[in-house]
Design a protein around this ligand. Structure first.
Ligand SMILES: [Zn+2]
Length: 84
């Protein structure tokens, strides 16, 4: 599978199965640091906004975010649909 960065759309590698040429989206090394900074900022903003409202004790918003930004995300929906 071809690994495509979802930010700059560059191909940055391949992963098994190598004969499957469908795309899988992730984040390349070049974009990773900037993205982490951005996410950190969003996290803080969200936490602050949430806190203004009712200040929940748990970190559920952070868990949500963590799921959203998993750097290696398989794009199963795009499978077989060709170019994006
Ligand atoms: Zn990139």
């Amino acid at each position: 599978m071809i690994q495509v960065c979802y930010i700059c759309w560059k191909t940055y590698g391949e992963k098994e199965p190598l004969n499957d040429k469908s795309h899988t989206h992730g984040i390349c090394e070049a974009c990773f640091p900037g993205e982490m900074e951005k996410i950190d900022k969003i996290k803080k903003e969200r936490a602050a906004r949430r806190c203004e409202r009712d200040c929940p004790p748990g970190g559920e918003s952070l868990l949500e975010l963590k799921a959203e930004v998993d750097p290696v995300t398989d794009d199963k929906e795009g499978r077989g649909s060709g170019e994006l």
